[in-house]
Design a protein around this ligand. Sequence first.
Ligand code: DGY
Length: 331
Amino acid sequence: MKPSVLVTRAIYPEVIAHLAQYFDVDDNQQDAVLDAAALKARLAGKAGVLANAADRIDGDVVAGLPALRAVCNMAVGYNNLDVPALTAAGIVATNTPDVLTETTADFGWALLMATARRVTEAEHYLRAGKWQRWSYDMLVGMDLYGSTLGILGMGRIGQALARRASGFGMSVLYHNRSQLPADTERALSARYVSKEDLLRQSDHLLLVLPYGPQSHHAIGAAELALMKPTATLVNLARGGIVDDAALAQALRDKRIFGAGLDVFEGEPSVNPDLLTVPNVVLTPHIASASEKTRRAMAMLAADNLIAALDQGPQAGHPPTVINPDVMSRRR
Ligand code: DGY
């Protein structure tokens, strides 16, 4: 008998077919959102699960599910998983790094440009029939070319963003938990500074750090107060890194010029104050959403699940494992 696995949300049919070579697949192609109780009920008797960043999988969810051996996230971020609880329960956790790096960085650039040059505000203005005549200061924005780009969180996506900056003649500053090796800094033309200096000196600040208790509200009223009134802020990382209420206030008060947000505290809910300020570009957590990349993420999550459950050509060696100790304990 094949082991059973759950796929929590609708996914590409070829991914279901790929998994079905090794497993009995309980899919959710009708795409019902499973709350914690429904998720736990569907996980009963399953050996593994292909989840996504909106599925919270913690110690309570996995308690009393002795068959469960693998939780495979279709996302690079895994703050939705309680990794220590999964590790303690002997459950392998995996994510999908690398395959989304360039697509996410492209989108970060799109959000940055839309914010600095007021693209969505301009479109709303035009659609509302307000464009009646030319004026010298209509919808003027901030330049990217020749400006200073700040990056908070210099992992793979931060570095991909820094590479894009060279085409725009930008100076790149960054702050990270640890400073990059000198040759990497040189290759990126990026300079390490303190978080305060980053906030004070950046013309455009991109947030790409992982979310956790240490980064909760890493950008709140005090940090926003340090930024230039002409600066823009883009959050590509996770909701909760920015205090959305404080940001809405700073935007309303023109404490900073504008913001671009792909992620929100408590998403898919959005702080209502953000919906009423004009100088913010809002998108529904789509930074990795290109055709090619979403397929690659889904296939990588599936390959992780197959390997973590000791099937397929990479049996026992999931390509992108978060808690490798669990795999080695099994061997
Ligand atoms: C990720 O992969 O972490 C993206 O934010 C999608 O959830």
